[in-house]
Each structure stands twice: as structure tokens, then as C-alpha cells.
Design a protein around this ligand. Structure first.
Ligand code: URA
Length: 210
């Protein structure tokens, strides 16, 4: 079973607390998510493959480490709230390729409906990070990873901000090979599939649509 990594760095937890507060503005929520994503990206990319390049410093020639170029990273954002995490990661890794998956939960059945899928053409030699701020029931995350797996990337991991225990169990049962990265694991889900205590609807809070 792949690990669940809880990235509980003090800076991340402080910023997450600010995001949770009901009176945090849309602008502040957006900038906090971007900042946290940047910090989490540092951890989620810790084992990316490196190669070396011969460079000249002012003092000497050296074989210096650089990210392996042929293993371009792909960030796959689950629309629409994934965009907030995507923006943060792209600031740190501007050369990353980007994919999008459009999924929504039917509010009555909680079933996942796909309405968009676009990833780079060739995925076999790529490392993929699928991003969505919330793993609640886990259904969206599972469906997204189902789709990405069809493109057969070299490696796959999932990055979120908050996860519910129920969603983690479902995700691990469906995709035991995919490591999960989250800043916190909350208590439980409410009757509508929202995370408690959570932070509300991440998409609405990010885009100011409520
Ligand atoms: N999606 C959200 O945006 N918030 C939740 O609490 C659960 C799913």
C-alpha cells in the first residue's frame, strides 16, 4: 500500500488555519492556497529523478545536479478547485506540463460525472501529480486517477490540501499504488459529503461563487 504523507509543516498548518476561517476573503483564500501549494510541492517532488550537467562556476568546472529533462512533470488539475493548487506549483516548476480533468459530483447521488479530459499526448515517460484541494468521499479522486492511469504515466501521485478518513480509505482501496499527500486529515464527512471541520466548498471559496 502506498503511503499517505501528511505534510504538517508549521507554515502550512498556520496558513491552512487561515484558510479554514469562515471570514477569510476570497482574495486571501486564493493567495493562501497558492502559498501552501508551493510549500507542498517542495515535499511532493522530493524524489524526482535527477541527472547531472557539466557547468562552469566562477571557480571550477563541476557536474551539477539538474532535474532529468526527459522526465517532464505533468500536473493534472481536477477542475475547478485544482486550479488553485496548480497555480502554486507552476510558480515553483514553470516548465511542468499541465493536464485538466473536468469532474463534478452529482449533488443527489454523489456520483462522479466526467465532462472534460485533456493531458499531454505522450504520458509514458512522465511523472504525474494529480491535484485537488479536497478528498472528501474520494470518488472524484478515484475517478480522476482511473482516467490518468489509462494514459499510463511513468509514476503517479495525488496531492490535496485536506482529506477525510473515509475518502482516504476509499482511495487507497481503489488505488493502493498511488501515494497521497495532504496537509491534514480531518474528522469525518457530513451527510452531504462535505469535510468536517473542513473549510467549506473549496471551489466556491477560491472563485467567490457563493
Ligand atoms: N469538496 C469541497 O470543496 N469541500 C468539501 O468539504 C468536500 C468536497
Amino acid at each position: 500500500m502506498a503511503a499517505v504523507h501528511v505534510i504538517d509543516h508549521p507554515l502550512i498548518l498556520h496558513k491552512l488555519t487561515l484558510m479554514r476561517k469562515a471570514d477569510t476573503s476570497t482574495a486571501k483564500f486564493r493567495s493562501l492556497l497558492r502559498e501552501i501549494s508551493l510549500l507542498m510541492a517542495y515535499e511532493v517532488t522530493r524524489d524526482l529523478p535527477l541527472t547531472t550537467e557539466t557547468i562552469q562556476t566562477p571557480m571550477a568546472t563541476m557536474e551539477a545536479p539538474v532535474l532529468a529533462p526527459e522526465k517532464k512533470l505533468v500536473i493534472v488539475s481536477i477542475m475547478r478547485a485544482g486550479q488553485g493548487i496548480l497555480d502554486g506549483i507552476l510558480e515553483l516548476i514553470p516548465s511542468a506540463r499541465v493536464g485538466h480533468i473536468g469532474l463534478y459530483r452529482d449533488p443527489k447521488t454523489l456520483n462522479v460525472i466526467e465532462y472534460y479530459f485533456k493531458v499531454p499526448h505522450v504520458m509514458e515517460d512522465r511523472d504525474v501529480i494529480v491535484v485537488d484541494p479536497m478528498i472528501a468521499t474520494g470518488h472524484t479522486a478515484i475517478a480522476a486517477v482511473d482516467q490518468v492511469k489509462r494514459a499510463a504515466p511513468r509514476s503517479l501521485r495525488f496531492l490535496c490540501l485536506l482529506a477525510a478518513p473515509e475518502g482516504i480509505s476509499e482511495f487507497q482501496a481503489a488505488h493502493p499504488d498511488v501515494p497521497l499527500y495532504t496537509a491534514a486529515i480531518d474528522d469525518k464527512l457530513d451527510a452531504h459529503g462535505y469535510i468536517l471541520p473542513g473549510l467549506g466548498d473549496a471551489g466556491d471559496r477560491l472563485f467567490g461563487t457563493r
